[in-house]
Design a protein around this ligand. Structure first.
Ligand SMILES: Nc1ncnc2c1ncn2[C@@H]1O[C@H](COP(=O)(O)OP(=O)(O)OP(=O)(O)O)[C@@H](O)[C@H]1O
Length: 263
């Protein structure tokens, strides 16, 4: 379903600030895979998602989604197939548009019909049912501007918008990190429900190791722009939060050694 082949992203190439944020990363996800992505700050996790979404151009390598080479495709064209959520709940919704208008906009994505203002009766009922399934009472506030919602409510709406037309791939970049623990948990459960219901192939970055091991079927560990290891099956089931913390510690020690030795 998703093939990342030798993807490399270099920032500020040819200058003293040159930084290889993604270093020949290869990754295959099968349809329905839900992979969590972990790694220390600066490991290249967001760069990987940005490269897949098309917001960051590759310096080398290839991104293939569902057999289609996306490497040179612009971000807005990829967004028909790729849903993306960020840490900041304000990023995914238009604040002055109502809840139903935001959903309408997302629903028209990838469809031939022109952007129409207003929401048809049929769509209104569909959005009502979708919102009701969130159990947040948003179905009774469909005419409320998205800007009036709390961070958690807004992230729930963004999640609905990203999945109202089932994407081929869902990219979640620490999408619960800015929320209070209870809301974060609720959004995480909602995310899981939607992914399972629609069998969406997903990549989710998180710093919550417990979540990284509890959700999905694969865990990708990144460090210094590379994939260190991909855990799945029994090996992943055996992995504890403590094991992952030990892995981080050893990475950190190796990095310090290399810095001291100047390698
Ligand atoms: N636009 C940019 N220009 C220059 N360097 C960048 C840019 N974006 C990211 N980097 C660098 O690339 C490296 C990887 O960054 P990235 O944001 O992908 O890491 P991350 O694993 O997502 O980190 P975090 O967990 O802190 O969000 C870092 O060293 C970062 O400073």
């Amino acid at each position: 379903m998703l093939e990342v082949r030798e993807a490399t992203v270099v920032f500020n190439g040819g200058t003293v600030n040159e930084k290889t944020a993604l270093d020949h990363v290869s990754l295959t996800l099968e349809a329905g895979d839900f992979a969590t992505v972990i790694g220390s700050n600066g490991a290249g996790k967001s760069t990987l998602l940005g490269a897949i979404a098309g917001s960051l151009p590759l310096s080398a390598g290839q991104i293939v989604l569902d057999g289609q080479d996306m490497t040179r495709m612009k971000e807005h064209r990829r967004s028909h197939a790729i849903g993306r959520l960020f840490q900041d709940p304000l990023k995914g919704t238009a604040p002055t548009m109502t809840i139903e208008e935001n959903l309408g906009l997302a629903y028209s994505r990838g469809k031939r019909r022109s952007l129409q203002l207003g929401v048809s009766r049929k769509d209104e009922q569909f959005f009502y049912d979708l919102l009701k399934s969130l159990n947040l009472g948003l179905e009774d506030r469909m005419k409320t501007p998205a800007g009036h919602l709390s961070g958690g409510q807004r992230q729930a709406l963004t999640l609905l918008m990203a999945t109202v037309v089932t994407p081929k791939l869902l990219l979640l970049d620490e999408h619960t990190a800015a929320l209070d623990p209870r809301t974060a948990q609720a959004i995480m459960e909602l995310t899981q429900r939607i992914i399972e219901r629609d069998q969406i192939t997903t990549l989710m970055i998180t710093h919550n190791i417990e979540n990284a091991l509890a959700y999905g079927n694969k865990t990708i560990v990144m460090n210094e722009g590379r994939i260190l290891h991909i855990y799945s099956g029994e090996e992943r089931r055996q992995l504890s939060v403590k094991d992952v913390m030990a892995l981080y510690e050893s990475e950190h020690a190796a990095l310090s050694d290399r810095t001291i030795l100047g390698r």
